[in-house]
Ligand binder design. Structure first.
Ligand code: GDP
Ligand code: MG
Length: 164
């Protein structure tokens, strides 16, 4: 069976937008309200002749920070169990937040290959100063992506393929 690549991250960072961009579909629901991906959504993907199954993860809208945290743990745990490679999506505009760190630690403990995506990097060219914060997650080189415009998705998939 095909390797599984899971997209994880806190709500509203653009996981579903990225999923749709990478699969060329509108399977996943994109909303301005955080956390509208209720079920995990799967699609076949291919990059440079390699096939894999891409998974968009999400949860219902959290009511409190505690619920958010536990949902993210659950989501990340599922991804850890099922995935061969994990794409952790973060948001350049908000910078590194505590929940990113929490999930980063969990994912690191899993030993699963990880690719760090800094989404909402909409402008081309040299990264802004905030970009370098993402090195503090200790997950290797962050990759600048704009899921809306499609910038950086090739670099992201190249990085995924290195682990397949
Ligand atoms: P999810 O909760 O992580 O699945 O996030 P969504 O894909 O639903 O996106 C949340 C919001 O971020 C939506 O308003 C998207 O249009 C917006 N968004 C997603 N990717 C980008 C991006 O690359 N750039 C910008 N500017 N907005 C984005
Ligand atoms: Mg979503």
């Amino acid at each position: 069976s095909k390797p599984v690549v899971a997209i994880v991250g806190r709500p509203n960072v653009g996981k579903s937008t990225l999923f749709n961009k990478l699969t060329g579909s509108r399977l996943s629901i994109v909303e301005d309200t955080p956390g509208v991906t209720r079920d995990r959504i799967y699609a076949d993907c291919e990059w440079c002749g390699r096939g894999f199954m891409l998974v968009d993860t999400g949860g219902i809208e959290p009511r409190t920070d505690d619920v958010l945290l536990s949902q993210m743990r659950q989501q990340a745990q599922l991804a850890i169990e099922q995935a061969d490679v994990i794409i952790l999506v973060t948001d350049l505009r908000s910078g590194v937040v505590a929940n990113d760190l929490d999930v980063a630690v969990m994912l690191q403990k899993s030993g699963k290959p990880l690719v760090l995506c800094v989404n909402k990097s909409d402008s081309l060219g040299d990264p802004p100063a905030e970009f370098y914060e993402f090195y503090n997650l200790g997950l290797g080189d962050p990759i600048q992506v704009s899921a809306v415009h499609g910038h950086g998705t090739g670099d992201l998939l190249d990085a995924v393929l290195e682990h397949l």
